[in-house]
Design a protein around this ligand. Structure first.
Ligand SMILES: [Zn+2]
Ligand SMILES: [Zn+2]
Length: 134
């Protein structure tokens, strides 16, 4: 994985650039992520909030008591996740980066919430809940 990562929403109006490689990566199976993205699984990468520079205006939605998600309303792309559980950290959607093939997930989290029909053959650690990675 490179030192910096650039990414964008579907229409390109919102863009980000990171000053570092991700602190961690994870595939999340939780219902909140699934519903936010209408997807069976969500690939994440975590950064220090200060390491990410944005252009374009995102809209924020508080998705739980501790979590805020941002997205761009015009094209509907989910852009970030922040939680009081991980202060100073921002989680970006791995597949929004310009070169998503460069991404490598470290583990699965909230695997106990996975969809029944999703059968994965990788050998990554499958944490039933949060992996408490920072
Ligand atoms: Zn867009
Ligand atoms: Zn999740």
């Amino acid at each position: 994985m490179g030192e910096t990562i650039s990414g964008r929403c579907l229409c390109g109006a919102v863009r980000y650039r990171t000053e570092s490689a991700p602190k961690w990566t994870a595939l999340c199976h939780c219902e909140s992520c699934r519903r936010a993205c209408s997807a069976p699984i969500v690939a994440w990468m975590g950064f220090a909030e200060a390491a990410v520079t944005w252009t374009g205006a995102r809209t924020r939605f508080q998705s739980s008591e501790i979590a805020t998600r941002s997205f761009f309303p015009t094209c509907g792309t989910q852009m970030s996740f922040e939680s009081t559980r991980w202060p100073g950290e921002i989680h970006l959607y791995a597949v929004s980066q310009e070169e998503p093939d460069n991404y490598r997930p470290d583990l699965h989290c909230h695997y106990s919430e996975r969809l029944d029909w999703l059968n994965l053959s990788d050998t990554l650690t499958k944490h039933p809940g949060t992996a408490d990675i920072q």
